[in-house]
Ligand binder design. Structure first.
Ligand code: MIC
Ligand code: SF4
Length: 643
């Protein structure tokens, strides 16, 4: 029996474990990336590990999220990250150089290598045949220190693309279509490999749009083969030497196969407030639009921007619409300027923002109240834009540009002949915004620069054998990390200050939660299906930890969040019978006895002391996870000599 492409890369990097779906495996990690919103915490954690230099082939620290410096906090954080990068052997990508995933794809990704990043959209580099996964900051810190990355061996899914995209139908529409088919939990436990005739026509940045949004499916990662298209892209980036052809074996076996017929696909749109709430653009044609945002790590490549410029050329943005455009990298922006496309964009009345995440993470450009915002981004969770009652829709750059001009949702296929857009054979190579590390001699003396906003990692304690706690919060299905620990321009500057952040925990669902949790002392949260979907931010575990949360009981968990809870020393448990969810209420007092022996057996019994009922829970942890939980979290476990 042959191997899938992902299985081949896993096999090449396997440190321990058996490659059977469901087993814990440990992988050697070649490259890491961090961004600034999760990076400060990751570097504080790395600092405690006592390693004098990163042990990966390449580690890059990006600054792309918190670029709105309305106060000293972000600037201090950037300086801290830069000083850590210099001292410990990382490359530092300066603010303005671009969004981590776009820059990593352009300048650093290598087919067949492993990459983990403290950002859930790290799978973007799967577009060039890399095994790239999102992870919590602490897992990335361990990998920088030379430790392995532990995951559950995923099942394999193949998506076969048949036919060819029609004009104005794009890679983004493929991403939205697969979300419509599979839902935001349809990829949980899988690696998705893309194949079929249809992939031959997709460039690397288009493939990267698709692997990027695999994060929204909950997949461990997504990957394309490394083929002639990959070779051409790497050569155009002056990195032809990094090419290596890679594909799955002919007789590889997949646990699930899905087919999409590109000939039949049309422009798609995800409606508020979930990326899988997908329908055709046609069905919403004519709906008035207040704001359009083009950019983000999903759709900010040169190809995307050139298509947008071609649609905007000679036109003006509708007077009732505010259009923002954020090119994904300095390379994209300078090339737009070189070829004159930037002039077409500016002449249309678009507001050009810096090469950063910007509106995608609520860093400015929030819509008006009740506003309708069309975005080429990957997430439209409630409140994420910074305006709670805004309706955010996810679309392709073509749909976005056409709608910005018309002032209403427009199916771009109605625009007539599509402009012919080609990407040059060679990109503008200028890595001057990537600063290399200090040489080891100077590094020894180098000072780490910390501002007053940087607080240390919250203290954890070894797990107790008996837990008496209050159920301080009960929430429903598909709770995102944006619900648990919101982002946005007001809160993000405090990503290195857990006590400050804690005031906003679950703000979207229940603003009284932080006070209630503090009062209770020890608490437990009850969740539904796919608890913790979305971002990799470990703050969604560290802040509850700070507020006294000892366990989360849910119907099911998103992969990265479950790992982050364990790393923080919080026990993620599931219901043996999911209908027991209905038998627990917020405010109930519960007790969990014999926690230590339950950790061994995997069976936990919860007593609801208010209702006098017993509920069976499951917690099937690996030997390593048990040790981490017992130690009181991964940092404590690593401190015991277990990197
Ligand atoms: C996001 O898109 O939600 C983020 C912001 O990039 C996060 C990381 C973070 O919260 O800092 C992610 O996707 O992991
Ligand atoms: Fe940045 Fe948005 Fe991409 Fe997250 S999804 S990395 S916030 S651009």
């Amino acid at each position: 029996m042959g191997y899938t492409l992902a299985q081949k890369i896993i096999k090449d990097h396997l440190v321990s474990g058996e490659m059977t779906a469901g087993n814990e495996i440990a992988l050697r990690i070649d490259q890491t990336l961090t961004q600034d919103a999760t990076g400060t915490m990751a570097y504080l954690e790395f600092e405690t590990m006592g390693v004098d230099r990163v042990r990966t082939e390449l580690s890059v620290a990006y600054v792309d999220h918190n670029t709105l410096q309305s106060g000293f906090m972000n600037a201090d954080d950037h300086r801290f990250i830069q000083s850590m990068a210099g001292k410990y052997g990382l490359k530092f990508s300066r603010p303005g150089n671009g969004i981590c995933h776009q820059v990593h794809l352009e300048r650093f990704g290598i087919p067949g290598k492993t990459l983990i990043g403290s950002d859930s959209h790290t799978p973007t580099c799967g577009g060039l045949g890399m095994l790239a996964m999102g992870a919590g900051g602490l897992d990335v810190a361990c990998a920088m220190g030379g430790g392995a990355y532990y995951i559950t061996m995923p099942k394999m899914m193949k998506v076969v693309l048949k036919g060819k995209l029609r004009p104005y139908v794009t890679a983004k529409d493929i991403s939205l279509e697969i979300l419509r088919i599979l839902s935001v939990k349809g990829g949980v436990g899988y690696i998705i490999e893309w194949g079929g005739e249809g992939i031959k026509e997709l460039s690397v940045p288009e493939r990267a749009t698709i692997t990027n949004m695999g994060a929204e499916l909950g997949a461990t990662t997504s990957i394309f083969p490394s083929d002639e298209v990959t070779k051409k892209f790497l050569e155009a980036q002056g990195r032809g030497g990094s090419f290596r052809g890679l594909s799955s074996d002919r007789d590889a076996v997949y646990d699930k196969v899905v087919e999409i017929d590109l000939d039949k696909l049309e422009p798609m749109i995800a409606c508020p407030h979930s990326p899988d709430n997908v329908t055709t653009v046609r069905s919403l044609e004519g709906k008035k639009v207040d704001q359009v945002c083009i950019g983000s790590c999903t759709n900010s490549s040169l190809y995307d921007m050139l298509k947008v410029a071609a649609i905007l050329k000679g036109k003006t943005v509708h007077p009732d619409v505010s259009l923002s455009i954020s090119p994904g990298s300095k390379q994209v922006l300078t090339m737009l300027a070189d070829c004159g496309a930037l002039t077409d964009i500016l002449a249309s009345g678009a507001r050009v923002l810096e090469c950063a995440c910007g509106p995608c993470i609520g860093m400015g450009f929030s819509p008006n109240s009740g506003g309708i915002s069309l975005r080429t981004f990957n997430r439209n969770f409630e409140g994420r834009s910074g305006t709670k009652d805004a309706g955010v829709y996810l679309v392709s750059p073509e749909t976005a540009a056409a709608s910005a001009v018309n002032g209403y949702i427009t199916d771009p296929t109605s625009l007539g002949e599509a402009p012919c857009v080609t990407v040059p054979d060679s990109f503008r190579i200028d890595d001057s915004s990537v600063i290399g590390p200090l040489d080891p001699e100077d590094a020894r003396e180098a000072e780490i620069l910390k501002g007053p906003n940087i607080r240390s990692f919250p203290e954890t304690e070894p797990i107790e054998d008996a837990l008496e706690a209050e159920l301080t919060l009960k929430v429903g299905d598909n709770i995102t990390t944006d619900h648990i620990m919101p982002a946005g321009s007001k809160i993000l500057p405090y990503r290195s200050n857990i006590p400050y952040l804690s005031q906003y925990c679950f703000e979207v669902c229940d603003p009284d939660f932080p006070e209630r949790a503090k009062k209770a002392g020890k608490s437990v949260i009850i969740g539904g299906e796919n608890y913790g979907q979305g971002s990799s931010r470990e703050h969604a575990a560290l802040v509850p930890l700070y507020l006294g949360v000892k366990a989360v009981i849910a119907k099911s968990f998103a992969r990265i969040h479950a790992a982050n809870l364990i790393n923080a020393g919080i026990i993620p448990l599931t219901f043996s019978d999911p209908s027991d969810y209905d038998r627990l209420d917020q405010g109930d007092c519960i007790s969990l006895k014999n926690v230590l022996s339950s950790l061994e057996s995997g069976d936990f019994i919860l007593e609801d002391t208010d209702r006098n009922t017993e509920i069976h829970l499951k917690g099937n942890f690996t030997e390593r996870q048990k040790k981490i939980i017992k130690a009181g979290g991964l940092l404590k476990y690593v401190g015991q000599g277990n990197l």
